[in-house]
Design a protein around this ligand. Structure first.
Ligand SMILES: [Zn+2]
Length: 510
């Protein structure tokens, strides 16, 4: 065990000189295998993470009141009780007790917040290194139920991975945990029970997209089915009104638009306020609530945005952020597609509405939307939430392409064969005929598949199928080798993440 000699250093060290000790661990990382920023001290016990041959371990050198709570192997080093522990969920719960900075928290009041979902559970240290010196609050744990199902992970796993990363990096500035795109009471409750600090409520199942294809008569007819008192109440607030925003711009609700909006969104508003008031508001922790209407067919008009926000607030909902469906396409893994001038115009109005009410705009599927980042940074004046998720997976695949070409080739072929299955979950426009035949590509050139839109999207959306594929014996076909390759190239993976996310932040003018 390489880290034993580090214990002898600790014997001679004063806990008050923690930065000096960490510096030493950093200088001798190859000798000790100790993650420098993970070195911590609590009442007679030293804590640190080490890099063993195939996995990381938590070492507790010396006894404190928590020592017995950890599950691990007890040994003696320099005559001191020492425990070698796995980075499992149970031990994570205890670490969170010992070092409160490893717990997620609300991001209320933080201007720039960024969702950095980590599908594999090993990317967060790279994400932390990217944002550590920037005015950015990271939401390190961020996963939708779809992602949980596709990766076979639980919310507990997702949060533990983030907490361990925070401990490894000694990151004390705070981070969030977002239960992303939750659709039911049960899902919201599960995320809150697991300690998540942000809830993104996906109301798409309560949004009636059919309305836009109704005739005028059908709209009228359906509208009259709504309770009369309720209609009267809404009409008095919006119908034929010119509503002035705080910056002076005006939102009009003409009769037809008004009735359509009510029909499309009223059920979603009621659903959201019911979830908020019954489950989220009653949680004893401060929770950041995001209303998402982005995963629908209809782009959110400024009128609709105003109506949804105004009605939620009337019903007692405290909105931290709201994610409209913007014009154009925010497809996974590639740049924005659409009319940039129209996007700029409409985005500006959405910003004004969010400012009027005092919450942030949230931009989903924000990975790689390089051509609109400058607009988002500028128009929001540095007050936004943006979610990235699949990017860290693609960067992982890039590291695999560069270092384990045989594995990459197998993954690539599998992804192409199974892309139609993945298209059930994700809408992408990838065209297989644009992807060159991998058998004609040299090993050194495999990484270029990660720079080409079509292959990028194919690899982006097939992650779940790749990770969960088993052979006849029930053994993972790719998963274990993916993890072992990335573990062997840990530094390189972090470097790839830093480079990629920094490109985002730079264009967002952070
Ligand atoms: Zn979304």
């Amino acid at each position: 065990m390489k880290w034993e000699s580090f214990c002898s250093i600790l014997e001679k060290s004063n806990p008050e000189n923690l930065s000096y000790i960490r510096e030493d661990a950093k200088k001798h990382f190859e000798d000790y295998g100790v993650y420098p920023s993970s070195v911590n001290y609590n009442q007679g016990a030293w804590y640190f993470l080490v890099r063993e041959a195939t996995e990381k371990k938590l070492i507790i050198y010396g006894c404190d009141e928590y020592f017995d709570k950890f599950d691990g192997m007890t040994i003696s080093i320099n005559g001191k009780l020492t425990k070698v522990c796995s980075l499992n969920n149970e031990n994570c719960d205890v670490i969170r007790e010992v070092f409160p900075f490893t717990n997620p928290s609300s991001h209320k009041g933080k201007a720039i917040t960024i969702g950095l979902g980590d599908r594999l559970g090993i990317a967060s240290p790279g994400h932390i290194r990217t944002v550590a010196d920037k005015p950015v609050f990271p939401i390190l744990a961020q996963q939708s139920i779809r992602e949980l199902n596709l990766t076979g992970r639980t919310y507990r796993d997702v949060l533990s991975a983030a907490c361990w990363a925070v401990f490894q990096e000694g990151y004390t500035k705070g981070f969030g945990a977002d239960g992303d795109h939750l659709k039911t009471h049960e899902e919201v409750k599960m995320a809150l029970d697991n300690g998540f600090t942000m809830i993104t409520l996906d109301c798409s199942e309560h949004i009636d997209n059919k309305v836009t294809s109704y005739t005028k008569e059908q709209v009228e007819e359906k509208y009259l089915e709504i309770d009369q008192q309720e209609r009267k109440n809404l009409e008095s607030k919006y119908l034929n009104k010119e509503i002035k925003l705080k910056d002076g711009s005006v939102i009009n609700f003409e009769p037809e638009t008004f009735k359509e909006i009510v029909l499309i969104y009223l059920k979603a508003i009621k659903f959201a306020s019911e979830i908020y008031n019954n489950i989220i508001k009653t949680c004893e922790r401060q929770i950041d609530f995001e209303m998402s209407v982005d995963e629908t067919l209809t782009p959110t008009t400024p009128q609709a945005h105003y109506f949804v926000a105004s009605e939620l607030i009337t019903r007692g909902v405290e909105i931290t952020s709201l994610a409209p469906r913007f014009c154009g396409e925010f497809q996974k893994g590639i740049d924005y597609r659409g009319d940039i001038e129209q996007f700029t115009r409409e985005f500006e109005l959405h910003v004004k509405i969010s400012r009027h009410f005092g919450y942030k705009l949230s931009i989903h599927s924000g990975s790689d939307k390089f051509s609109v980042f400058p607009i988002i940074g500028e128009k929001t004046n540095g007050l936004f939430h943006i979610k990235t998720a699949g990017t860290n997976w693609l960067e992982a695949v890039r590291v695999i392409a560069a270092n384990n070409p045989t594995l990459y080739r197998r993954m690539h072929k599998f992804a192409i064969e199974h892309v139609d299955e993945a298209k059930k979950y994700y809408h992408v426009s990838a065209d297989l005929s644009n992807i060159p035949d991998i058998d004609n590509i040299k090993d050194e050139e495999l990484v270029h598949f990660l720079d080409q839109d079509d292959s990028r999207q194919v690899l982006h959306i097939t992650y779940g199928l790749i990770l969960t594929e088993k052979d006849e014996m029930g053994k993972s076909v790719f998963k274990d080798e993916i993890y072992s390759t990335l573990y062997a190239h840990e530094k390189e993976y972090y470097y790839a993440l830093i480079k990629h996310i920094n490109k985002h932040l730079h264009l967002l003018k952070v």
